[in-house]
Design a protein. Structure first.
Length: 150
């Protein structure tokens, strides 16, 4: 399975506890796909919202395509995610729980050349959880460094 990764949300695993991931298609305009091919996507503040039984990706910035002139797109417009109704209903129940969100982890082209989004159901980490994770990582790094000496 070859994927050409367009963009990753690097802060997601730091700020959130990832509970579940799901792959979704996304409805894009032609100029947005061309911008994706150039890698001009920012997922940092993106999240998904359910409206009228459909799920939309909000606050994902896809830069305007330079050569599209007047046919260009709005960089921050809502983009519809392509999921089955039963998947949307399942997610709706989970997103309504307090403290859970649905955010994009990465944008990529699949083997057929279609733009796909890896979405994740997440729960926000508290500050002390993040500190504990950093502490564990530092201890692990120290142990590996000590073991390398022998």
């Amino acid at each position: 399975m070859t994927q050409k990764i367009i963009a990753k949300n690097k802060k997601a695993s730091h700020n959130y506890q990832i509970l579940e991931t799901i792959e979704a298609g996304i409805a894009l305009l032609g100029s947005e796909v061309k911008s994706c091919r150039l890698g001009r996507v920012n997922l940092k503040d993106g999240y998904a919202r359910i409206e009228n039984g459909e799920i939309y990706l909000v606050d994902v910035h896809i830069s305007p395509y330079t050569y599209a002139n007047r046919f260009n797109h709005d960089p921050l417009r809502k983009r519809k995610l392509l999921l089955h109704k039963r998947e949307i209903k399942k997610l709706y129940g989970k997103i309504r729980e307090k403290g859970q969100s649905f955010i994009p982890l990465k944008f990529y082209f699949n083997e057929k050349g279609k733009v796909k989004v890896e979405m994740a159901l997440v729960k926000g980490k508290k500050l002390y959880d993040r500190r504990e994770e950093i502490r564990r990582r530092d201890i692990k790094r120290e142990v590996e460094r000590e073991l390398k000496k022998f």
